[in-house]
Design a protein around this ligand. Structure first.
Ligand code: SF4
Ligand code: SF4
Length: 294
């Protein structure tokens, strides 16, 4: 079973939850950090990376002398990657989405291909032997879905023929990166910050992920925070109204915050958290149990 651990916004706690789920998951599994714009699961799990793959996008990089300035390449590009000023064709490779349309329509084969670096995918292992895969965008690069697709393809390749679960720390929010990951999993676990802001983003996340017709479940993080009384009740009301199971409630804890700041998973804080996460893992498996492997 593949589970994306997602959230409506950054900072809800999905990475810290993912790290402790690894320690508590009762079945063989692999871990992946797909939050490629800000990968930080490694801060808690300390993988040793063994292989790095550079990922790039094929883009038009130059126009040769055969160009007649017909403008067909510009006309087909929906992303502003090509402009025509007078009789001169100008390329903007940073705007390109790599669709390849301009290469196909150019009657003179006047476009020369180049590569735009998107980032890297890395594979390695945790100290207990668990496979760990992560990705990171090149600084300044805004397009992440091709990098994520490569990451997920490498994950597939590395686990081919193995009966293992996959726990994926998902990109936050509901934009292209998060949806790219969610479209390739069996279920989505939504981590919710029970603040008014968190609830607003949770509603958006619910709308986006439920449109994918995936099994969803909720973990409420930082519950019972002083000054935020009633936050969990608002989330619970929303969940009850939409048939969303709440599989766990993690209390706000200064001790937990201190341990996380040291780069340790929550389960390192003691048996109370170990018990809590062991129960959470069982509940997730129970709720998502019917989800089929892809
Ligand atoms: S490959 Fe596609 S997106 Fe890129 S410049 Fe050509 S038409 Fe535009
Ligand atoms: S389609 Fe080819 S020939 Fe026409 S303007 Fe573009 S590069 Fe030049």
């Amino acid at each position: 079973m593949r589970i994306a651990i997602a959230s409506g916004k950054g900072g809800a706690g999905k990475t810290t939850l993912t790290a402790s789920l690894h320690q508590s998951w009762p079945r063989p599994h692999v871990m992946a950090d797909t939050d490629v714009e800000a990968p930080n699961l490694h801060l808690f799990l300390h993988p040793v990376m063994e292989r790095s793959i550079d990922v790039a996008l094929s883009v038009p990089a130059a126009v040769n002398a055969a160009c007649t300035s017909c403008g067909q390449c510009r006309d087909i590009c929906h992303y502003g990657g090509i402009a025509r000023f007078g009789n001169k064709i100008t390329l903007f490779p940073d705007m390109c989405h790599g669709c390849g349309g301009c290469f196909v329509v150019c009657p003179e084969h006047a476009l020369e291909e180049g590569r735009r670096a998107l980032g890297t995918v890395e594979l390695g292992h945790l100290a207990d032997g668990t496979l760990y895969v992560s990705g990171a965008t090149r600084i300044g690069e805004v397009m992440t879905p091709p990098l994520l697709r490569r990451l997920l393809a490498e994950l597939d390749l590395a686990t081919q023929g193995q009966d293992v679960d996959m726990l994926l720390d998902s990109p936050p929010g509901v934009s292209c990166p998060a949806i790219t990951v969610a479209r390739r999993v069996d279920a989505v676990l939504l981590v919710v910050d029970p603040t008014p802001f968190g609830l607003a983003d949770f509603r958006i996340a619910f709308a986006a992920f439920s449109a994918l017709h995936l099994p969803l479940a909720v973990v409420i993080n930082r519950a019972h925070m002083p000054g935020n009384e009633g936050g969990e009740a608002a989330v619970a009301d929303f969940c009850a109204g939409h048939g969303l199971p709440i599989v766990g409630v993690l209390p706000f804890s200064r001790e937990a915050a201190h341990v996380l700041a040291q780069g340790e998973p929550l389960v390192a804080t003691g048996s109370q958290w170990q018990t809590l996460f062991a129960a959470l893992a069982q509940k997730i498996l129970h709720v998502f149990g019917g989800a089929a492997n892809v």
